[in-house]
Design a protein around this ligand. Structure first.
Ligand code: BTN
Length: 243
């Protein structure tokens, strides 16, 4: 992996997307001053200070879009969980790719694809896997976020070295990456499920304008969520947000 450090930027994802052609495959774009971070579903990712992580991994696996690419967020999620465990905390995954510690969000992932449509054919220019991690956020900052949130320093009682944390994440991601592209979600399914907090629970999942309610009972070989509603009907959800 190559690293591209930016002194200050509105959003590492936005920067990576806007500069996709000049950024090489396997580059980590990162900053410690992100002024306008973005989250999933048009939400924002607030700036928690310079001792936290704001990074985007740029990948250019092929010019055609493959289904496995959408699972890369789940790979990054497992990788992040494994790194959190090195700090002796117990991360839980909220499908598809949020990480919580003690019931509070500590990290979020935003994946975006950049491509061009030409004569009804889609050419993928690159994938941008953005992630934010609360490493040393202050309690007054966290209390202002509109959902329960925590930070690794609070969970461990220690100041966390951001460079070391970032390196651990990227090293681990590289270790899995090639094999993952070949084998897909199955490679990490067990590791993902082991840390899943949502399984066998009653959940509401928002998929665009529709909300599904039921028991989340499994994650498929492709990383989709299996839900059984009160009429005993099964739904396989590829994308969505557990409310
Ligand atoms: C979410 O939880 O909704 C995803 C949050 C993703 C935040 C990261 S911070 C670095 C990268 N740049 C952005 O603008 N967003 C992602």
């Amino acid at each position: 992996m190559k690293f591209l450090y930016l002194e200050e930027i509105d959003s590492t994802n936005k920067y990576a997307k806007n500069n996709i052609n000049s950024i090489e495959d396997k580059t980590v774009v990162y900053t410690y001053n992100q002024t306008s971070g973005r989250g999933r579903l048009e939400r924002k990712w607030s700036y928690a200070g310079e001792d936290n992580i704001y990074a985007s991994i740029v990948l250019k696996p092929s010019s055609e879009m493959k289904e496995v690419y959408s699972n890369l967020t789940q790979l990054l999620c497992v990788v992040l969980a494994e790194v959190f465990e090195e700090y002796k905390v117990e991360p839980k995954i909220k499908w598809p790719n949020d990480i919580k510690v003690n019931g509070k969000k500590i990290s979020g992932i935003l994946a975006e694809a950049v491509g061009i449509n030409d004569n009804n054919e889609y050419f993928l220019q690159g994938l941008v896997l953005g992630f934010g991690v609360n490493l040393n956020a202050k309690t007054d900052f966290l209390s202002k976020i509109n959902q329960p949130a925590t930070s690794l320093n609070i969970e461990t009682g220690l100041f966390i070295d951001k460079e070391i944390f970032l390196k651990r994440v990227i090293d681990k991601f590289c270790l899995y990456y090639n094999k993952f592209i070949e084998e897909g979600f199955l490679l990490i399914r067990e590791d993902y499920i082991r840390r899943a907090e949502f399984l066998n629970k009653e959940v509401s999942v928002k998929v665009f304008d529709k909300t599904y309610e039921g028991i989340a009972f499994d994650v498929t070989q492709n990383g989709a969520l299996k839900l059984r509603d009160k009429n005993n009907q099964e739904h396989i959800l590829l994308i969505g947000d557990i409310l």
